[in-house]
Write a protein that binds this ligand. Structure first.
Ligand SMILES: [Zn+2]
Length: 355
């Protein structure tokens, strides 16, 4: 019973996150729940005067420091999230306005909530760069969750996914990183990009990554004709088959937008996401790092884009940090194989353990 309500809470959290990320969307984010995104947006902008840094300590680069990682023995794990609404907000070692500043978070950063905030408390206890820290409630807003839950047992799986490529230069750089970390990922490629960079797809497939479809021209599939929809799907499948050796078995619709017509037209799984660090918007490796590592949970599907140098750069920190936290990296195909049940249907935002 308790577990169930926690699950529902988290789902709400995920939806709120996705909605939030829909705001000002110009590229490849979520494309639904516009009404609730407004709600989250107005919450986010209603913050008090910003706690901008006045102290002289240099902002610490959390990516470079060794994070304190919760171990499997830890009794608790977080499920709530806090959004940073002010810019360059001080992250402090204690819940006091004169406590040591241990870092600065940019607006839009999502932090994991570690403890409920009492009504008379002015700080949220959060996780920043893998460490316990505090952020003033006046410059942040709680997105979801109400505290902590018992740690889940068993393996922690996560699927890294990259959209909009392949890019001639950046995707090979990413493949180098994945190779050296011995991590497999999923590439949701555009047919149009695959056509001009066939060798990149070929290499990715040869190195064990999953090549999946992100359509040919990145159109909103819910607003095109059935004939056009079919060609978007089929033309992409063809170019993938030619270069990766087999047809794609997963589709990520552009903007995460799909409807019954889209589901009818495709015979593969439709993969959305549970973590969107908004890499395409921030183009900042540190924010991308924080927005993935702070909230990652077992079964998550992480949305990123291998067409931004900052996103590729962020992977150099994200992968080691998640490894330290006990995550194993799997392709979408593998995640589905391990976790999917008939009850799941064919659309996935995440594949958490059903237990
Ligand atoms: Zn896209």
């Amino acid at each position: 019973m308790k577990l169930l309500s926690i699950k529902i809470l988290y789902k709400t959290a995920a939806i709120a996150l996705v909605c939030l990320m829909t705001i000002a969307m110009t590229s490849c984010g979520g494309g639904s729940s516009k009404a609730s995104s407004q709600a989250v947006a107005s919450e986010a902008v209603s913050s008090e005067p910003q706690d901008t840094a006045e102290e002289s300590e240099a902002s610490s680069s959390q990516q470079e420091s060794e994070p304190e990682i919760p171990t499997e023995n830890d009794k608790q794990t977080t499920f709530g999230t806090v959004l940073v609404t002010g810019d360059k907000v001080n992250i402090r070692a204690e819940a006091k306005s004169d406590a040591k500043v241990t870092g600065r978070a940019a607006a839009g950063t999502v932090l994991a909530l570690l403890k409920n905030r009492g009504e008379d408390e002015e700080f949220y206890k959060v996780s920043y760069g893998g460490k316990e820290a505090y952020i003033a409630a006046s410059v942040s807003t709680q997105l979801s969750g109400t505290g902590v839950q018992a740690a889940s047992k068993g393996e922690k799986l996560i699927a890294l996914t990259f959209d909009d490529g392949p890019d001639k230069n950046l995707t090979p750089q990413l493949l180098d990183i994945l190779k050296s970390e011995e991590v497999q990922a999923t590439f949701f490629v555009l047919g149009s990009a695959a056509k001009v960079n066939p060798s990149v797809i070929k290499r990715a497939a040869e190195e064990g990554h999953q090549i999946a479809s992100h359509t040919y021209n990145h159109k909103d599939l819910t607003s095109i004709s059935e004939a056009k929809l079919k060609s978007e799907i089929n033309d992409t499948a063809k170019v993938i088959e030619q270069n990766a050796g087999s047809k794609p078995i997963a589709l990520r619709p552009p903007y995460g937008a799909y409807n019954a017509a889209v589901l009818n037209a495709v015979d593969v799984n439709v993969i959305i996401w549970s973590i969107d660090p908004m890499d395409w918007k921030f183009k900042d490796a540190e924010i991308v790092y924080q927005n993935v590592v702070n909230v990652a949970r077992d079964g998550d599907i992480v949305l990123m884009h291998d067409v931004h140098a900052s996103s590729v750069e962020a992977m150099k920190s994200i992968i080691p940090a998640l490894k330290l936290r006990g995550f194993s990296f799997v392709t979408i195909e593998k995640l589905i194989e391990l976790r999917s049940t008939p009850a799941h249907g064919k659309v996935y935002n995440d594949l958490r353990n059903a237990a």
